[in-house]
Design a protein around this ligand. Sequence first.
Ligand SMILES: Cc1ncc(C[n+]2csc(CCOP(=O)(O)OP(=O)(O)O)c2C)c(N)n1
Ligand SMILES: [Mg+2]
Length: 331
Amino acid sequence: MAARRTTRKPNISRDELIGYYRDMLTIRRFEEKAGQLYGMGLIGGFCHLYIGQEAVVVGLEAAAEEGDKRVTSYRDHGHMLACGMDANGVMAELTGREGGYSRGKGGSMHMFSREKHFYGGHGIVAAQVPLGTGLAFADKYNENGRVTFTYFGDGAANQGQVYEAFNMAALWDLPVIFVIENNQYAMGTAQKRSTSSKDIYHRGEAFGIPGEEVDGMDVLAVKAAGDKAVAHCRSGKGPYILEVKTYRYRGHSMSDPAKYRSREEVQKMREEHDPIEAVRQLLLTGKHATEDELKAVDKEIKDIVNEAAEFSKQSPEPAPEELWTDIYADA
Ligand SMILES: Cc1ncc(C[n+]2csc(CCOP(=O)(O)OP(=O)(O)O)c2C)c(N)n1
Ligand SMILES: [Mg+2]
């Protein structure tokens, strides 16, 4: 049932490559800026950065179609930007301001967008897995041909509710892609200390769910695997598992001293497997773009991120009356 690692690379145009470069770099620069604002005391509470994992969400969003849904954990800013949510609104939510997606009342882990079909942002480990399965149940019931991307971590993959969700998703052939973002750590615990097997992609075997391991530092491999998983789900064959092997460069959250791994380990991943640098090299060596053209893209992104930071500083804090809004669903 479990398939082998995806290495096949599709033919790719300049525009597509530039698009991946732009989208991944936007997430990275946004997260770097969020880290700075956190350091300045402008962001409170928890803040989990996605730096290093950009190719996962960018590759899979490229395989999605309008109307498809996504739900994820607390490490969620990249997912929001990749599905088209506005950088100003995301950053202002991080700083707890009125211009944020939840009007400053939710913060980093509690943002949603009905327009972009983004269903959060969930702080309870693995809670989004049954929720994503439920979203797919609704799509199947409504016969609308949509697919739900349900993202969770390697640590979350050891939670019981994941397997209850797998059972129901398989039983009812639900159009849900379970994306395990295996960044090798759950807080300070390395996968080998917490998980009985090295690979997680075969965990659906007992339920008859096909699974595949994907190189999550290679956006083209992620896109190819995403296309395959989407085709499977959309054709009515039920759920699919993608275990995407990735790496987070920063700590679990901004308050993590990261004593559980060496600087050399992180440095090696950055230098040898960085997903953005890989696409940059493809663009340059394939003569799809010049250094100057890429610098212009970098500048464009810097402007977007600086504007988001400025907006999130200028936007006022929510008025006290806001405490009483958005409590119940539309009556
Ligand atoms: C039910 C529950 N248990 C424990 C926690 C504390 N906690 C927050 S994140 C985390 C680790 C999850 O790791 P993983 O699923 O690999 O995701 P990553 O942070 O690596 O993206 C834990 C144990 C929690 N939020 N919820
Ligand atoms: Mg993890």
